[in-house]
Write a protein that binds this ligand. Structure first.
Ligand code: HAM
Length: 439
């Protein structure tokens, strides 16, 4: 123990609240999800785009909108002390993707289908399914105006839930129309809520003038009846908007995708128009929205690009993994390696290390026993580790084996059989055993 440790107990440093480590025990589940997502994006012709985790704050202020929960109170924004730049840890992907598309002129040759994944940051109150650092997978289809692409991205979502074995996910859909339609509806909403001002909570009173549409999103039970009776945006949609919405629904129906129209679905980000949707489950408690998105035709121009339509969605990966757990569809834990190599230190360690390297060169995953104390350990305790690793075979090299230029191969699963093999032909023997077992 150091002198410092003796005089004062050294405090450990914990991670930031709401920001979690991905522990080794869960890594395989994430890898599985990422694998499925990669296959999904390939199946629909989506290309990967990675943007930085930090962007100029203006990207989100302008992109998501000043009067949104995210921009008003959830962003990790700071000034770069070294050059005074105003920066923000990205709270979502869409605004950043559009920033990159505009900056790199990616729509120059025509529309683009893009996907991304990575950590996002929102300063919310942490609870089950809600974190301050969480991970999104998202897709964005840019440069497409028709309802076909709205339907396609929704089909992608449905295919994903099916492939992941998720149960109890429902699709809710709405149309936010176009800006002039929303302006008319907004005026009607303001008149309605002003007439019932005394029933509005503090948050909603504030929103009455800044963003009355978001009042409809309120979860306050005392206001539900009032909200239920409010003018509905769908009643203010013009012919074009209705046609688009109906076409999306018809395509979903033709593909047997059930959906529920929810006139109160407004989403928490300001860039949307026309189709918006969410996938919701009752299985995860309060944080039951596993994914959401919609059309955001105004955004590219708003971010300084040449006007172009676009739509997309993003899902919370933690929530989807949690729902996979609840649905019993998480993959089984995988073995850490194919072969576990045991030895008795000294020359047997040297031989074991050389053999482990040869096996790896042949494409076999190997864990070589390393005694925690740097000494050697009994074969019995090593064998316990070999069993726990999930390896199919153990290769054992003790002094007796080494004296004969041999090693033992032990089947750790089916037969438990053990046989001596010459070191020269060990790699082939292990490959034969593995191939034989899988045939
Ligand atoms: P969003 O609805 O804000 O949309 O987030 C998408 C998903 O991210 C949510 O449905 C949820 O599963 C997950 N999520 C959000 N906040 C948290 C949190 N604090 N902890 C855990 N998971 C969370 C967007 O971000 C849009 N960019 C979606 C989009 C893409 N629209 C068009 N393209």
């Amino acid at each position: 123990m150091t002198d410092q440790a003796k005089t004062q107990k050294i405090q450990k440093i914990n991670g930031v609240r709401g920001m979690n480590d991905l522990l080794p025990a869960d890594a395989a589940q994430w890898a599985h999800l990422e694998h499925v997502l990669r296959d999904l994006t390939r199946a629909y012709g989506y290309e990967f785009l990675r943007t930085p985790i930090v962007e100029a704050t203006a990207v989100f202020q302008r992109g998501i909108g000043e009067v949104t929960d995210i921009v008003e109170k959830e962003m990790y924004s700071f000034e770069d002390r070294l050059n005074g730049e105003q920066l923000t840890l990205r709270p979502e992907g869409t605004a950043a993707i559009v920033r990159s598309v505009v900056e790199n002129n990616l729509l120059y040759e025509g529309p683009k289908r893009l996907w991304y994944t990575g950590p996002m940051f929102r300063h919310e109150r942490p609870q089950r399914g809600r974190y301050r650092q969480f991970h999104q997978f998202g897709i964005e289809a840019l440069g497409f105006a028709g309802p076909d692409i709205d339907a396609e991205i929704i089909l992608m979502g449905q295919r994903l839930w099916d492939e992941l074995g998720l149960k109890g996910v429902r699709l809710e859909i709405n149309s936010l129309g176009q800006a002039p339609e929303r302006a008319q509806h907004r005026a009607a909403l303001v008149t309605y809520f002003e007439a019932h001002k005394e029933q509005l909570d503090e948050d909603s009173q504030r929103r009455l003038l800044s963003n009355p549409l978001r009042i409809l999103d309120s979860k306050n039970p005392a206001m539900q009846e009032l909200i239920e009776g409010a003018p509905k945006l769908l009643d203010y949609l013009g012919e074009e908007s209705l046609k688009h919405f109906e076409a999306v629904q018809a395509l979903l129906k033709a593909n047997n995708i059930p959906c529920k129209i929810n006139p109160r679905l407004v989403r928490g980000l300001d860039y949307y128009n026309l189709t918006v949707f969410e996938w919701i489950t009752e299985e995860l408690g309060a944080q039951g929205t596993i994914a959401g998105g919609g059309r955001y035709d105004p955004l590219i121009e708003r971010m300084g690009g040449k006007s172009a339509p676009a739509c997309g969605w993003a899902m919370g990966m933690e929530r989807v993994l949690e729902l996979m757990k609840v649905s019993g569809s998480l993959p089984e834990a995988q073995a850490q390696c194919d072969v576990f190599v045991l030895h008795q230190g000294g020359e047997t360690l040297t031989a074991a290390m050389i053999i482990a390297e040869r096996l790896r060169s042949a494409g076999i995953d190997v864990i070589l026993f390393c005694p925690p104390d740097g000494q050697s350990a009994s074969f019995k305790s090593q064998m316990k580790k070999a069993d726990a690793s999930g390896a199919a075979y153990a290769v054992i090299i003790g002094p007796d084996e080494l004296a004969k230029d041999e090693a033992q191969i032990k089947d750790l699963r089916a037969s438990g059989q053990q046989k001596a093999v010459a070191l020269d032909s060990l790699v082939e023997a292990v490959i034969d055993a593995i191939v034989g077992a899988t045939e």
